[in-house]
Design a protein around this ligand. Structure first.
Ligand code: CAA
Length: 381
């Protein structure tokens, strides 16, 4: 067993750490306050290749492996988790369904544009279909060489910035997983409308939207996979997506630990630095150990994916452990900062809000446990 990162992985991580410290971290508090992201920053991310991370080199991407992708997501997240989720969704659930299930023509036309920074989004959830993704009701009616999509999607990350949407919809009036289909829908399709941008607790610079589809006609060639494959397309995309969210949580958690150690090195109580107070030291130990255990699990899930091996259970474990560890670490970071941590003068206040959603989106902790338990019963039952 070799735990050493390759020279290329280390180089990538260090370059992104430097970029994030220079270009993203100084803007993070302002982006959070304004609930927006400057176009100039998005352009720098384009120029840095962040939108093409997981895309093959011949299509204009960087073709990095999942481990490198995870390390990049962690670095971005330590600076701004809102920026990180835009990159995550684009490089995983927003593009993977096209890369894996799109026709050759669709891939050749769309993937180079995505790699260059035309942003992608993933539309599965609806007001009545969150954890129970198969309950979605958006209709896809076949009409000759087209499908006509009608429905309303919620919690669409990149909703207002996207040029491309992967949309899950079903044969009207049908039930069951086999009547769900996946499609690529382009922003300029008549009838597609970004109806609302959510006013969120955290990740405020990322845009999370309601996307309405009102009789949107799309060519049948935009079907991803075959009719009825849609649910499995979404689940496979989420397997990879969840590894990214695990690394996102690890990045926020690491930022919390670093900020806490820095603060405790300056803060004097009972005549000494907090560093020397046993209860604070215990917190550091616990925070670091939890993050380390979760990071190893996430790296293992990424490695499995890169080996082309099954990773549904391990991705769910990585997301569960990393997001719960980071949630705990963010809570302890506030505790170490005391009243100061409860104010917007300190970054840990933002980290605490940002990390909360990682236990909700791309499958709640409860759903990760369900996925893990089903696998365990299948293996051992
Ligand atoms: N890979 C491949 N196939 C899979 C699969 C996977 N990971 N998971 C399930 N399937 C297959 C099953 O094998 C089954 O196939 P057969 O019918 O051929 O046997 C079929 O899909 C149905 O599977 P289940 O019976 O397990 O389906 P279910 O209805 O019980 O749901 C679930 C399973 C795990 C709960 C699923 O609904 C789920 O993951 N829910 C959470 C959804 C989610 O993560 N939403 C987040 C959306 S994105 C977001 O957050 C916003 C954003 O922009 C970031």
């Amino acid at each position: 067993m070799d735990f050493t990162l390759s020279e290329q992985q280390t180089m990538f991580r260090d370059m992104v750490r430097d970029f994030a410290a220079r270009e993203i971290a100084p803007l993070a508090a302002q982006m959070d306050r304004e609930a927006d992201m400057p176009e100039a920053l998005i352009q720098k991310l384009r120029e840095g290749g962040f939108f093409g991370l997981t895309f093959p080199e011949p299509l204009g991407g960087l073709g990095v492996d999942t481990t490198t992708y995870g390390l990049v997501v962690e670095e971005l997240s330590a600076a701004s988790a809102g920026v990180a989720v835009m990159i995550c969704v684009h490089n995983s659930v927003g593009s993977y369904p096209i890369a894996m299930f799109g026709s050759d023509e669709l891939k050749a036309r769309v993937l180079p544009r995505m790699a260059a920074g035309e942003i992608a989004a993933f539309c599965v959830s609806e007001a009545g279909a969150g954890s129970d993704a198969a309950a979605l009701t958006t209709a896809a009616a076949r009409d000759g060489d087209h499908y006509v999509l009608t429905g309303s999607k919620m919690w669409v990350t990149n909703g207002s910035r996207a040029r491309y949407y992967v949309v899950l919809a079903r044969t009207p009036g049908s039930v069951g997983h086999d009547s769900v289909h996946a499609f690529l829908v382009e922003r300029d399709a008549p009838g597609l409308c970004v109806a609302k941008k959510e006013d969120k607790m955290g990740l405020r610079c990322s845009d999370t939207c309601v996307v309405e589809l009102d009789g949107v006609r799309i060519p049948a060639a935009n079907l991803l996979g075959r009719e009825g494959d849609g649910f499995k397309v979404a689940m496979k995309a989420l397997d990879g997506g969840r590894i990214g969210i695990a690394f996102q949580a690890l990045g926020i958690g690491r930022a919390c630990l670093e900020a806490s150690v820095r603060y405790a090195g300056q803060r004097i109580a009972f005549g000494e630095k907090l560093w020397h107070i046993p209860t604070v030291r215990d917190k550091f130990a616990d925070m670091a150990a939890r993050l380390h255990a979760a990071r190893l699990t996430a790296l293992h899930a990424a490695w499995l994916k890169d080996q082309g091996r099954p990773h549904t259970k391990e991705a769910a474990m990585a997301k569960l452990l990393a997001t719960e560890a980071a949630g705990h670490v963010a809570d302890e970071a506030i505790q170490i900062h005391g009243g100061f941590g409860y104010t917007k003068d300190y970054d840990v206040e933002r980290y605490y809000r940002d990390v909360r959603v990682t236990r909700i989106y791309e499958g709640t902790s409860e759903i990760q446990r369900l996925v893990i338990a089903r696998s365990v019963i299948k293996e051992l039952g």
